[in-house]
Design a protein around this ligand. Structure first.
Ligand SMILES: Cc1cc2nc3c(=O)[nH]c(=O)nc-3n(C[C@H](O)[C@H](O)[C@H](O)COP(=O)(O)OP(=O)(O)OC[C@H]3O[C@@H](n4cnc5c(N)ncnc54)[C@H](O)[C@@H]3O)c2cc1C
Length: 413
């Protein structure tokens, strides 16, 4: 049965979650209007495609679900409706084939978001979805109508159901400013504060280290972190030195734990193994050999395979007396403590933690105390590492919210 013709769903936010909600509601027969504050939709999605659009992940479903940590149970029913395989088939339906990379991550051929977005918008427009750009939603009026600021002045819109897909709070210049948080909080909706996720951290480098090594990749390296509850993570890969600290895939993978630890303790400790694959005893023996007239840099390179930024890190983070002692230097190469003092600001993060509490939503992602208002995407209170988990959950929740909105119309509510 199609949704009540003539009844309208307003989708606010034209990111992956909002567009997916629009697709589902429209295919259920609802009239759909998408409103977005920016001059065009999908800006963060396009930005995600700049570094290679990681759409989803190919790992088994239990491992996939575990990436959502404490929110796993909230996301499981959504992902059951639109998981990695369905997402890949959906992209294929838009003429975009995907492939599994060596890490198990799934990318579109060509790696970019633009072809997918172009085909998708074309299909949505053909299905009758209307787009209203430069419409910034900023309030409800006293009758429950939506108030938008537009270049032509204020516009008030009445809708039978509303899907909010306003994004998190990172990269505000792409549209997701997090300005919706006080609007929902004022209506009594519980919203966990937005916090940086998949973010870099400040270490507090000396001026010398910063000038010399900012922008240098540290690789290969193993990073180890032990959570306060004793759970240990060891990951191998690379990270980047920045002007204030570090960033990159390895760091993002641990960023939720590091951020939480800093919030509780004021700092978090990571241990670096700068010579993965080399044995500590052998390393100590090699470094213990006299270096004769050779410089310390040459000695470290020849005996331990350590050079460049890795030497810089040892000099920066180790007391001078440890650096001069072969046994202590070898121990530090295998377990160099690096202390993080703060996560980088939310605006710089890849994604946001926090958002609308699932406890305030029904199974269709409708806000219980605001009947007819649904939420989807990154504005919900979940987080996940990079690896395609973010977009998959945005699409899946957009689908659930769009279906919920259409079902409400169909039921004549
Ligand atoms: C650099 C970068 C790379 C990334 N790479 C990946 C990746 O490879 N894989 C992956 O899974 N994820 C990636 N992500 C994360 C992913 O892009 C986001 O999780 C996803 O875009 C969130 O989708 P969304 O629809 O919830 O919100 P958004 O995409 O943020 O869209 C929200 C929309 O709402 C609009 N809006 C906000 N407030 C208002 C308002 N008041 N009125 C009207 N409109 C409003 C905004 O203009 C925006 O268009 C990346 C993110 C960044 C920043």
């Amino acid at each position: 049965m199609r949704a009540n013709p003539g009844k309208a769903v307003a989708i606010i936010g034209g990111g992956p979650a909002g567009l997916m909600a629009a697709e589902v509601a429209s295919s259920a027969g609802a009239r759909v209007d998408v409103y977005d504050a920016m001059p065009s939709v999908g800006r963060k999605f396009l930005m995600a495609g700049k570094g290679g659009l990681n759409l989803t992940h190919s790992e088994p479903s239990q491992a996939f679900l575990s990436r959502y940590g404490a929110r796993r149970a909230c996301l499981a029913p959504l992902l059951a409706g639109f998981g990695p395989e369905v997402l890949r088939a959906w992209a294929r339906g838009l003429g975009v084939e995907t492939f599994v990379g060596s890490s198990g991550r799934v990318f579109p051929w060509g790696m970019k978001a633009a072809p997918l977005l172009r085909a998708w918008l074309h299909r949505l427009r053909a299905a009758g979805v209307n787009f209203h750009m430069r419409h910034r939603w900023y309030a409800w009026d006293e009758d429950g109508a939506l108030r938008f600021a537009t270049p032509q002045g204020e516009r008030t819109v009445r809708a039978d159901a509303v899907v909010l897909a306003l994004g998190g709070g990172s990269w505000a210049r792409l549209g997701s400013t997090g300005a919706w948080v006080p609007l929902l909080a004022a209506r009594g909706v519980r919203v966990a504060p937005l916090r940086p996720a998949n973010c870099g951290f400040d270490v507090g480098w000396s001026a010398h280290f910063r000038a010399r090594y900012a922008g240098h990749p540290v690789k290969p390296v193993v990073v180890a972190h032990t959570r306060p509850d004793g759970v240990e993570s060891r990951l191998r890969g690379e990270f980047m030195v920045t002007a204030t600290g570090v960033e990159g895939g390895l760091i993002y993978a641990l960023s939720a734990d590091l951020r939480d630890e800093i919030e509780v303790k004021g700092a978090a400790l990571l241990q670096l193994d700068l010579a993965p694959g080399r044995d500590l005893a052998r390393l100590a023996q090699e470094l213990g050999r006299g270096r004769g007239s050779s410089s310390m840099a040459n000695h470290l390179r020849r005996r331990a395979g350590i050079d460049g930024v890795k030497v810089g890190l040892l000099r920066e983070l180790l007391p001078a007396e440890d650096f001069a002692d072969p046994a202590r230097l070898a121990a530090a190469i295998k377990a160099l403590p690096m202390r993080f003092i703060a996560p980088r600001p939310l605006d710089e993060a890849i994604s946001s933690a926090g958002g609308v509490a699932f406890e305030d939503l029904d199974e269709h992602l409708m806000i219980r105390i605001l009947p007819g208002v649904f939420c989807a995407g990154e504005m919900l209170d979940w987080e996940a590492p990079t690896g395609g988990y973010l977009l998959t959950a945005c699409f899946a929740s957009g689908r659930a919210a769009g279906a919920g909105a259409a079902a409400r119309l169909k039921a004549g509510l």
